[in-house]
Structures are given as structure tokens and as C-alpha cells.
Design a protein around this ligand. Sequence first.
Ligand code: ADP
Ligand code: ZN
Length: 721
Amino acid sequence: MSSRARVIVMNSALGPLDYRVPHGMAVEPGSIVVAPLGPRQLLGVVWEEDRLKSEHVGDNRLRNLLGVADVPPIPAPLRRLVEWTADYYLSPLAAVLRMTMPSSSALEGQKLVVEYRATGAVPPRMTPQREQALERIGDRQGLVRELATIAGVSDAVIRGLVKTGAIEGVEVDLDSPFPEPDPDHAPPELSTDQAYAAGILQGAVAAGAFEPFLLDGVTGSGKTEVYLEGVAEAIRRGEQSLILLPEIALTEPFLKRFTARFGVEPVAWHSGLRQSQRRRAWRQIASGQAKVTVGARSALFLPYKKLGMIVVDEAHETSFKQEDGVHYHARDVAVMRGRFEGCPVVLASATPAIETRAQVEAGRYRELKLPGRYGPAQMPAIEAIDLLAEPPERGRWIAPKLVTAIDATLARGEQVLLFLNRRGYAPLTLCRTCGHRFQCPNCTAWMVEHRLINRLSCHHCGHAIPTPRLCPECKEEESLVACGPGVERIADEVAALWPEAKTAIVTSDTIWSPAKAAEFVARMEAGAIDIVVGTQLVTKGYHFPNLTLVGVIDADLGLEGGDLRAAERTFQQIMQVAGRAGRGTKPGHVLIQTHAPGARVMEALVSGDAEAFYAAETESRRDADAPPFGRFAAIIVSSEDKGEADTAARMIARAVPEVEGMAVFGPAPAPLAMLRGRHRFRLLVHAARSLDVQDVIRDWLGGLEWSAKVRVAVDVDPYNF
Ligand code: ADP
Ligand code: ZN
């Protein structure tokens, strides 16, 4: 009798497949195996037979498994999470499972790898390629292949440099452990509110049961100190913790604080890791050795051996929503992971999503409140500037009242932050003679002028061209005009008004690595910057005690589009940026430039009455039967061929099943009607909470076929509705 195993094979569109386990090979559910598929050898994970169906294949036709990876099996709670995610977000199991793996090479039995780095020696024979390679590699270290990619040369060039001694190999031990954080290294003195909240979190960690929390504290209230006490408790118990941050840029200041508290850095997990770092982190996480992991949303699917605590910091952030591949919301999946792992989950936010508040009100999440700022710091005073009544001078964007406030702040030697959520110099360029507008050829979007690098670029697909001098349509010279402001333009205005002030632009164009973020923080702390002009990148996480004035250049920007989330989004964003002001002993001040000072969201920001705002917004959602009351799913049909996408979308619409409690709108052009060269149509499914809408959609789409060039993606709980 031979034994069988049911396997989810990665990178295959097929369902689970059965294999024969050859004599002498031991597998169990979760084992990572090498399975033959046609001529290929693919990685797969063994699953419980009774949880998944496969096509029956007789014993004599089974193929043999080829090997088992020398790593711990994917643990049962993560297997349950993979099933839940695939089911809820209507995605293939294999696609979700892939998110748990770093790459096949991490699973090789090999424990030592050789990485390469430049020695500083000059090769006896220097070629342009070698010169380019050494220059680009700088002090970076990695596998030959990684260095070749960084340098933009072939592997052979790197190997040649190794022969000359200009690059040398160093051994990296993938199984070398990470230093253990010390829970008692430097415990903080907590305020009464903090101590109360921290005590409850520690109790929950000690209880070792699932419990979701909303840690709801104003900006600067010290939420981080509170949840780190929960993490400390998990460390004491020998358990692991996961802390999710919305952006890599926030990792740097976080690592500093973590190190101050626990004596060592946590394990970081993000897209910037080298392959060997990734392999080492993955293995130490799987073995249970790595105690605290900090990462972007992808850290959520790693195979932690024993999780004691999960934290989602800035839980309201939209970057937790993944918009391609498996369309999942990391905040919601984090809560599910806590449920399967049996551990507390903390969502921390000064401006929680309406959905999260609703969970608190329904009694499903427990709220821990920090009502005031930590220490002597007070909440900043917020004031609106009515742009109709007190407009800026012609051709300028900063209103007189804000100019006066900046004058006064600079005179006191304090720092200013001007917020505008638009990268580049101007969002639109047009020809004054013929009216030509520069549009991206691949997307429904204008090309944004970036004056610092002299290019027009599309923020959706990255398409870029050198900034033209004449109009491509009418050939007129000197006829192109920049319309509207981006941060670079505001920085120009600042330079004209305050030529003495030291200014920094902070966007993803200027802060593209943790090192750049660290440099910015250091310059702010040293007082080498007077005025920061920045996008949403500067609105969170940072703590600059000498920053006392925040100016919001265009508070109405987020209200455009007018979707049901617009006011909530605006409130969150402006509260976050306002939260950067007055975090030390000096009082903070916030001025919001708006054309709609009477709008509910602006009044709420000025009065500070978040409760009333949330209540009113929740009512609007109730009226529209929008989340958290009803729910939505978006079906996005796309193709490079517009006609094909249109045809498929209509065909799907014609097949809508009649189900009580469900209505389907569209197809209509999707919010970005063209994206990266694909035409997109959207059907919006609106359903009652009680309906298993995934089941309905699965049946509905499962019975249909469309042309091979058409892609159909389902976005359950879409951000835009
Ligand atoms: P939040 O995340 O709630 O906006 P932070 O956690 O950033 O607030 O805290 C604001 C500032 O107060 C930080 O500089 C933090 O180090 C400091 N702080 C908060 N709690 C304490 C404490 N108990 N002891 C010392 N410093 C604290
Ligand atoms: Zn584009």
C-alpha cells in the first residue's frame, strides 16, 4: 500500500492534486514539497485531505513527490488563514499560499550562502561596464545575480570583477539567529491612561486567546508605548509578535524607538530586503527564533511558529488594502489571523475607519482610549482659511493669513510643515495656443510635471517623457503652461517668499529608502530644515518637537470625486497631518486652506468634534446602505482591447443571477477607465450583510467564459464605492 498526499501546487492554476509519497519520505499537512507537474518541478504544500477536494486519480496513475523541504511545515493556523483568504477574496488557494513563501531558494537545505561586495580595489583593466558596475554597487552586498541587476550588467561582468579582486565573497549564515529583544531593557514610565491600556493588553497576551482591540488615541498620545508593552509580554512568554506598518518609510523611526525600548532591532520584512536577508528572516520566523517582526502588509502571511500578539499601526491607512493580485485588506486579514492563532490583535489609530468603529459599537472589538497627548503636549488649535474670502495673491497658493503665520513661526525659530498631497510641480500641462493637454498614453490620467528632473510622468504606470519645449500639436514654442500646484511649485513659492529659510521637499520622489528617511529625520532634529513641503508621506509617524505650524494648502483635494468615503478620508488625512504640530512643549497651530469652510468635515476639523462627525458620516452610510451596513464587491473586467473588455463586461452583466438582497450596477467605465494600457469596466455588486455574496459571485462567474485576453478580477470590500 502506498500513501497519498493532497497537494496545493504553487504557480499552477489547477486545484489540489494528489501524489504518491514514496517509501522513506515523511510528509504531514503543511509540509513543503517538490511536486512534478507535466515536465516541471514545482513547490507545493501538503494539505489535509478532508478539507479539499481533488479529482480522483487511481493509485496506479499517481506521480511520486520528488522531495520535502528541510523547513518546518506551514502551521495549521496559517493553513486555515490561507483557506479563509482564498474563500473570502475569491482567489486561488495557490495564489494566497504563494504569499507565505519568500522564494523557492529559501527552502533549499543550504545554510551558508556566499554574497559579494566591492573591496575598493581598482581592477587592473577598467572597462566602462566595470566602472558602471562598481559605481552602482557602491557599498551594497548581495548574490551575483542581485548585484548584476543593481548594476545593470550581466552576471559575467560581476564574476569577472570577482576574479580581479575588486569584488569579494563573504559567507552569510542563513541560520544565524537574530539577537533577542530584552523585554526589560528600558521600560517606559507610563501615564495613567497608558498604564491602564497596557495592563489590559498584557492580560490579553497572557490569556493567549483571540481578542480584537481598537487602540484609539489622539496623535501623540503614546499608542506605540502602549502596544509595545503587549509585545514585551509576548517576548517574556517566548512568543512572537507581528507589527504591521503602512509604509516602509515609517519603519526607520519605528526601528529607533523599538531599539530604545528593547535594546535590539526587530526583524524587518519589506520589499527592500536582499534575497539572503529574506531567506534568513523567513527561516527564523518559521523556526520561532525571530521574536518580533515589523513589516509591510506582506509580513502578514509569514509562517510564524507561535504568535502571541498582532499589531496593525495606523490601521485606518489605505495602503493596507492590496489592489492587485489577491485583493485583500491586511487590517481585516490580521484580525482573522488573530482568530486562527488565538492571540490578541490591536488596531491602533487616531482616526479609525468607520468600519472599525462600527465593530466597537457592535461589541465585537474592545476599545482602549488614550484621550490626551502624552506629557505636557496639547492638541494643536485648528483654524480654517476661507480661500474665497481671503485668497492668495494672483499666481500664488499660500493665502496671506498662512504667510503671516509662517513669518511668526520662523521668527520664533520653529519649524513649519506645508502639506499638499500632490507630487511634482504641476498636475497638468496644457498649451495656451491650441488647448492640447498632456495625457498618459496608457492611463486615464494627466502627465504630471516634475521640474526637479525635467520630466512629465504618469503616476499610475510610470510612463515619462522629457518636458517638451514646444507643443506637439500646434508646434508653438513658449506656449505650454503648468496648471495647478504640486509640492515642487509650493517649494518655489516658499523660496521666493522666504529666501533665507531652509526648505525640504518630502515625497516618495525624495524619500525613497529607509536611509533617506533617516537622513530627513536627522536634518529635522538638527534644525537644518525650517520649512517642509510634503505629501502624505510626512503626515504619519514622525515626531518633531520643534514643528509648531502645519499649513494645509488644499484641504478640498480629497473631496474631489465625491465618493462616500471622501469626507472620512479627508478627515483622517488632515487630522494626521495636524497631528504633527506641537508635539513637544510648544503649542501647535494648524491652518487649513479651503473653498468649503462650511462643509461638515471642515467644521468637524475646526471644532475637533470627531464624535459628531463620525456619527453623521455613519448615518450617511446607513442611508446608502453602504459599509459597514451593506457591502460591496467590484468586478473589474479589463483588456488591452476595449471592445473585448466591453463585450465581456456586458456578458457578465446579462448573466447576473436574481438573488434577494443583491443588486448590480454597471458595467460602467471603472474609476481609472484605462490603466497601464488596459481598458477597464466595472460592475459594482451591492449586497446585504446577511448574503454570502462570495458564493453568489463564484457561481455566477464560474459558469461564464471570456476571451483569453480579458482579465476579470473581483475586489471584495473595495475601497472606492
Ligand atoms: P502616537 O503614536 O499615539 O501618535 P507616539 O507613540 O508617537 O504617539 O508618542 C508621542 C511621543 O510621546 C513620542 O515621542 C513618544 O516617545 C512619547 N511618549 C509617549 N509615551 C511615553 C512614555 N510613557 N514615556 C516617555 N515618552 C513617551
Ligand atoms: Zn500611465
